[in-house]
Design a protein around this ligand. Structure first.
Ligand code: NI
Length: 241
């Protein structure tokens, strides 16, 4: 019993010492922390404020241009996109390529994505499989001859795509989420207002690089949406997410 009591007393003292020690350590630690905090607080705040902007992923959006290449407006558009460091997507018509090979080469060289929009702007669901495949394959072949790159994406005219279509090369269709109807309005101010007010993250915007009004509007749209924190990407980036 005595031994046991002595044991308990010793244990209690041990506990008290430990408590005192840890209390002292905590106090020292608290003092150290307070000093450190007081010195580095403004710096920590500055980092916390600047980091979210650097680390936060930007809202992505894609501009797509159908029915080109156009002998005049596509180059104008490319100039403006290059000035702004923006990449876009061009769905080309095979029948518009002849005579505009330099434009096609430039689109590819400047890092934009080129897709297929059939040869004659046809609704492929109204064609036989053979005719539909010819529309697509001839266009892809023509583009590849010029750019040296395979064509993987198709924007089916009128949005009509036959999922069962089996051509030599399978194509991935890319549709759109905002139809600007730029071919009908032909008004840059209205286009800008429409797109900037409707635009949301991950939108794929459908336009045509065949009009002066569209080129002007597209570049203003880029400026306004970049200021809102949007990053312009090629359309393949948005369908694969
Ligand atoms: Ni079209």
């Amino acid at each position: 019993m005595v031994l046991a009591a002595a044991g308990v007393r010793e244990w209690k003292m041990e506990q008290e010492r430990a408590a005192a020690l840890s209390g002292a350590q905590t106090a020292v630690l608290a003092e150290t922390l307070t000093e450190t905090e007081a010195e580095s607080l403004p710096q920590i705040r500055t980092e916390a404020e600047s980091q979210p902007q650097q680390l936060q992923e930007k809202k992505k959006i894609a501009l797509t241009f159908d029915d080109g290449p156009h002998p005049y407006y596509t180059d104008q558009l490319l100039d403006g996109l290059a000035e702004r460091g923006v990449k876009a997507t061009f769905f080309l018509l095979g029948c518009n390529i002849e005579g505009n090979e330099e434009v096609v080469r430039r689109i590819a060289e400047e890092g934009h994505l080129i897709g297929n929009h059939t040869w004659y702007h046809v609704d492929i669901t109204t064609l036989s499989q053979e005719e539909a495949c010819a529309e697509i394959q001839n266009t892809s072949r023509k583009i590849t001859e010029i750019t040296g790159q395979p064509v993987e994406y198709v924007r089916p005219p009128f949005g009509n795509w036959d999922k069962e279509l089996e051509c030599e090369v399978m194509m991935i269709p890319i549709f759109w989420s905002v139809d600007t109807l730029d071919w009908s309005t032909r008004n840059a101010d209205r286009l800008v207002d429409q797109v900037v007010s409707e635009a949301e993250e991950n939108d794929i915007i459908l336009m045509h690089d065949s009009y002066d009004s569209t080129v002007k509007a597209a570049l203003r749209i880029v400026d306004l949406l970049q200021a809102e924190g949007y990053e312009f990407v090629t359309a393949d980036e948005l369908i694969l997410e």
